[in-house]
Design a protein around this ligand. Structure first.
Ligand SMILES: Cc1cc2nc3c(=O)[nH]c(=O)nc-3n(C[C@H](O)[C@H](O)[C@H](O)COP(=O)(O)OP(=O)(O)OC[C@H]3O[C@@H](n4cnc5c(N)ncnc54)[C@H](O)[C@@H]3O)c2cc1C
Length: 222
């Protein structure tokens, strides 16, 4: 498989950094081809505006989706956006590695989606959800939290983690056609023991060794 890992953590020595390296090493050892987008290391610009394009459809009024469709027809995406689009288009499996921030993805990763998931190229017309552009590809969220697992159960003080992840899993990944695999969540790596952290990294590696046999999950009904 061609795997793309999009990684959003500033600190290489973080637990997210360890999960990111574990995934790369495990998947390569299993014979997969791995590309990465290490967003902070790349200094990926998350601000979405005219900088997304080398072309201009309407110089007087900026409407992003109109410019996206025009750029798609005329080869007018900015080089940093085009490079990410190409990684997306060749991957069979995409993994996002990130810490949960404000019940969502860090801003740099949200900005990556805002700029790269372009209308006309990644969705549009009748091409979304089960008929989406990326039909047949799979995606997986690998995330960590500050709060413990009990806080993210139904009725817990933060509420059901699946409801929190729905805007990401359905509104972003499934919308453009990805089949979504069950999220991989390490709750509160700061508070668990060193042994538990090592076990969590082993569990991630073990899951990835069999990842091509996994079936997608439903991401609609929460
Ligand atoms: C802006 C912001 C918003 C946030 N919003 C939320 C929120 O909505 N909900 C929520 O629950 N939390 C939230 N948090 C907390 C955040 O999700 C956690 O701090 C984060 O997920 C922890 O992951 P980390 O990789 O940063 O951990 P780290 O603190 O980097 O790592 C934890 C421990 O793992 C150790 N470690 C690193 N590598 C290894 C290794 N190879 N083997 C063993 N141990 C290792 C580290 O040394 C450290 O002791 C927020 C934080 C911020 C800054």
């Amino acid at each position: 498989m061609n795997v793309l890992i999009v990684y959003a953590h500033t600190e290489p020595q973080s637990f997210n950094g360890a999960l990111f390296r574990t995934a790369q090493e495990t998947l390569r050892a299993a014979g997969h081809s791995v590309q990465t987008s290490d967003l902070y290391a790349m200094k990926f610009d998350p601000v979405s505006d005219r900088r997304n394009f080398t072309t201009v459809k309407n110089p007087d009024f900026f409407k992003q989706q109109i410019e996206e469709m025009h750029a798609n027809e005329s080869g007018g995406f900015a080089p940093d956006v085009e490079a990410e689009l190409r990684k997306l288009e060749v991957c069979d499996l995409m993994i996002w590695q990130f810490p949960l921030w404000w019940f969502g993805v860090p801003g740099i990763l949200k900005g990556w989606v805002d700029r790269v998931f372009a209308m006309g190229r990644t969705y549009g017309g009748e091409r979304f959800y089960e008929n989406g552009v990326f039909k047949g590809k799979r995606a997986l969220l690998s995330l960590t939290t500050g709060g413990p697992g009990t806080a993210y159960e139904k009725g817990g003080w933060n509420g059901d983690i699946h409801a929190i992840l729905r805007p990401i899993q359905r509104g972003m990944l499934r919308f453009v056609g990805f089949d979504v695999l069950a999220p991989h969540i390490v709750y509160s790596p700061v508070r668990i023991s060193a042994e538990e952290r090592t076990a969590a990294l082993d569990a991630w590696a073990n899951r990835l060794r069999r990842i091509e046999h996994e079936q997608p999950v439903e991401v609609g009904e929460y």
